[in-house]
Ligand binder design. Structure first.
Ligand SMILES: [Zn+2]
Length: 390
């Protein structure tokens, strides 16, 4: 059975052929010449119906040789092939148009833009980048090309080029890319940090904060850079700003923040911060960190007490599993308790995922950019179980 898309594929040439005959009827001229073009169209149509799309493309290419007015048909067919994932066929159609020196420059630029989209869809990023870079010179295509290049540079993790591209779009199209640009600087800072170049990391992160003062990710990284440079007060200042600016993200730095507070003789303040935020911004991740800290600093009995209190306020299976683990560790040799914990663990593992708020993509780890839909800041710092309860 033919799919809906395929009917489109057949319907399009049919419409063009109908237009042809009507025009011929009105004009009543060039009758002999016109005979050849509809014939080629009909042949292409038959080949499509017989599911021989490659031969059909050849037939349609013959049509455009006979009458450049069929260019629109080529765009329509190319688009359909691309949408159906038959990118090679789309590329053939658009490459053919591009190679026709007798076509107006405007049409060749259109073909190049379509070809760029084909390459993008096929994941041939180098070729797509090349096509869209050439289109930057075409006023009608410049903004579209910049948007495509911005996508490509992000996929290639070419952050400097991505920043440049976003800046041009802001200047020329009045678009806002503040959040993304801050992330691009953060990517550069994180890479420098991973490579041990703290000075470069600091420069990049200052840029990120200059672009987006409240960027949580920039604050997380800025604190880490300061910590590694031995600037403890700065590190604390950046991380404590997360508590005041975006407390739901505190779990991302709570472990390092409380460790640093403790190292500077401020253990009571660290415990206060954890208890205060568990009350106001309860989260499974924060509970885990608070539990570890309380166990280490005040003993396992106090840790268990914290788990019980939090479970009464915010009952979650993931929290309950922690309590069972604590009980099971305390009652060594209670094999039934351990079995129960393992059973629950197997059941709740999938509840421990993070989920993109834009596309629903689930991930074991927290992401700043969704691997599914490439949105920035689309992951709430909460586990699936909490997201579904709120
Ligand atoms: Zn997503």
């Amino acid at each position: 059975m033919l799919e809906l898309d395929l009917w489109y594929l057949i319907g399009l040439p049919l419409l063009f052929a109908a237009g042809w005959w009507l025009r011929g009827f009105d004009a009543r001229v060039r009758a002999a010449e016109q005979g050849a073009a509809p014939q080629a169209l009909t042949r292409g149509l038959n080949l499509l119906l017989n599911e021989q799309p490659d031969k059909a493309i050849d037939a349609f290419i013959d049509v455009v040789k006979l009458d450049p007015e069929t260019i629109e048909l080529h765009y329509a067919l190319g688009n359909l092939f691309r949408r159906r994932g038959e990118v090679e066929r789309a590329v053939r159609i658009h490459t053919h148009l591009l190679s026709r020196t007798d076509l107006p420059a405007k049409e060749r630029a259109n073909a190049l833009a379509e070809l760029g989209q084909d390459y993008l869809k096929a994941g041939l990023l180098d070729r797509a980048e090349d096509a869209f870079t050439r289109l930057l010179q075409e006023p009608a295509h410049r903004l579209g090309a910049l948007r495509a290049l911005l996508r490509i540079y992000q996929m290639e993790r070419e952050w400097v080029k991505a920043i440049e591209c976003a800046r041009r779009l802001e200047r020329e199209a009045g678009e806002t890319h503040q959040v993304a640009v801050a992330h691009f600087h953060c990517e550069l800072a994180q890479a420098a940090l991973n490579g041990g170049d703290l000075d470069a990391a600091k420069r990049y992160i200052d840029e990120a904060l200059a672009v987006h003062r409240r960027s949580v990710r920039a604050l997380v990284i800025a604190g880490e850079i300061a910590r590694q440079r031995g600037a403890t007060d700065d590190a604390l200042r950046y991380w404590l700003r997360i508590e005041s600016d975006a407390p739901e993200y505190l779990p991302l730095v709570a472990a390092r923040l409380t460790e640093l507070l403790d190292a500077t003789g401020r253990r009571a303040e660290a415990l206060n911060l954890l208890r205060r935020n568990l009350l106001d911004w309860p989260s499974i991740d924060l509970l885990e960190i608070a539990y570890q800290r309380v166990c280490a600093w005040e003993g396992t009995a106090a840790g268990e007490q914290l788990l019980r209190e939090q479970l009464r306020r915010q009952p979650t299976l993931l929290g309950f599993e922690k309590l069972l683990a604590a009980r099971s560790a305390a009652a060594q040799g209670d094999s039934e308790l351990e079995l129960l914990r393992m059973l629950i663990h197997a059941q709740v593992r999938k509840l421990a995922r993070y989920r993109c708020s834009k596309c629903g993509f689930r991930a074991r780890e927290f992401h700043w950019q969704c691997p599914g839909c490439t949105s920035w800041d689309s992951y709430p710092p909460r586990r699936l179980e909490e997201l579904d309860n709120t």
